[in-house]
Design a protein around this ligand. Structure first.
Ligand SMILES: CC(C)(COP(=O)(O)OP(=O)(O)OC[C@H]1O[C@@H](n2cnc3c(N)ncnc32)[C@H](O)[C@@H]1OP(=O)(O)O)[C@@H](O)C(=O)NCCC(=O)NCCS
Ligand SMILES: [Zn+2]
Length: 337
């Protein structure tokens, strides 16, 4: 029976369950979920139960020849946890010794650390595919140079294939589901292309080291300011006293990162459902540059200001929250993807 599952970040813990599958079916498990509780949980939105894979128990009894003497056979299907390895560089859990798993991990790990190639073929295609170069010759904090390009996710061809690989890498890193076709339809993709100087010639290659997906949304919720979180105004769910004057009641999105929101929906035009920078290029301002560019470009002729609450993130990771605080100066909102 097919169980319909609403795809939210809430699926992440269930994705983790893959690591208990038999080795033959085992694909690398996504990294430790960075978002422990979903907004869906917090707001009590409806969510169908997830489809869990039936697990093969450690011991199974097999009854042969009913009526005759029962012959019991003990089967061992459980996967020794010792063969599962979690990479400290990309956080992925995979089966050590399984060639498919190891090779999947190797390519994922390389992409997470160093990004993907933006080659000559992608560059050639970008002209006829109407890829826009929005900012050229950016100089980063560490002196590296790059540029920001933008296109629609339905671009197809070589660039579309590269985008799919990139989004798969990002989703695996965030333990997030694929973005829905309807979300992609109203989205734009912003890529940071880093110039990698060649050691042998004067030309340089380019690598995709950053990606922000921006999506058209309708509403989002304001984040509770840090000083309000510390006050007793935040009542736990169901702990309201109707006779008292209503104070804004904030609900937790992620208690681990102290992220609380006011659940009232506010009109908000742009959401950021995915943000990623390859690990060897972090903390040099790439995510911030991508966000600034997206906010300026997303709605033509109408630059958006994060400080005025015109930009929202879907449930941010710890690092994502740090970026939205620094970049959005307290105005960024939160929305449910
Ligand atoms: C989150 C992420 C996109 C940030 O990219 P980045 O290019 O390193 O971000 P920036 O350099 O623009 O950071 C801007 C500011 O945000 C804050 N910040 C960013 N990452 C941080 C971190 N890991 N810890 C604390 N603060 C952080 C800092 O204040 C930083 O400014 P500073 O470097 O001058 O101190 C990147 O770490 C990443 O891809 N992480 C894995 C995927 C992920 O968590 N995505 C976010 C989904 S919401
Ligand atoms: Zn790895």
């Amino acid at each position: 029976m097919a169980t319909k599952v609403k795809k939210t970040y809430g699926m992440r813990p269930n994705l983790m369950a893959r690591s208990s599958s038999p080795p033959s079916e085992l694909a690398p498990s996504p990294p430790t979920p960075k978002r422990k509780r979903t907004l869906v949980d917090q707001l009590s939105f409806h969510n169908a139960p997830s489809a869990k894979k039936p697990r093969v128990s450690a011991k199974q009894t097999l009854v042969k020849d009913k009526g005759k003497q029962k012959q019991l056979t003990q089967l061992h299907f459980s996967l020794e946890t010792s063969v599962l390895r979690t990479c400290t560089l990309c956080d992925l859990t995979y089966t050590k010794g399984a060639p498919d798993d190891e090779s999947l991990h190797r390519s994922h790990c390389a992409r997470v650390q160093r990004g993907l190639e933006w080659g000559k073929e992608e560059e050639r295609e970008s002209v006829k595919a109407k890829v826009e170069e929005l900012v050229s010759d950016i100089r980063l904090k560490n002196g590296a140079r790059g540029r920001i390009i933008c296109f629609r996710p339905d671009i197809g061809g070589k660039i579309g294939a590269k985008l799919n690989t990139l989004l798969e890498t990002i989703n695996l890193t965030l333990s997030a589901p694929a973005l829905s076709p309807s979300a992609l339809q109203t989205s734009k993709v912003y890529l940071f292309l880093l110039a990698v100087p060649s050691k042998t010639s004067s030309s340089s290659r380019e690598k995709i080291v950053g990606c922000a997906v921006a999506q058209r949304i309708n509403t989002a919720m304001a984040i509770a300011p840090a000083d309000v979180i510390a006050s007793p105004a935040i009542a736990p769910r169901g702990d309201t006293n109707d006779s008292e004057p209503t104070q804004p009641r904030f609900i937790p999105v992620d208690e681990a990162t102290n992220l609380y929101v006011d659940p009232r929906p506010l009109p908000t035009p742009m959401g950021i459902p995915r943000l990623f920078v390859s690990s060897s290029h972090r903390r040099i301002g790439i995510a911030s540059r991508l966000l600034t560019t997206a906010a300026h470009n997303f709605i033509l002729g109408c630059p958006l200001d994060p400080r005025k609450g015109e930009v929202a993130f879907s449930q941010p990771t710890g690092a994502g929250k740090a970026v939205l605080e620094k970049w959005g100066k307290g105005g960024v909102r939160i929305y449910e993807e």
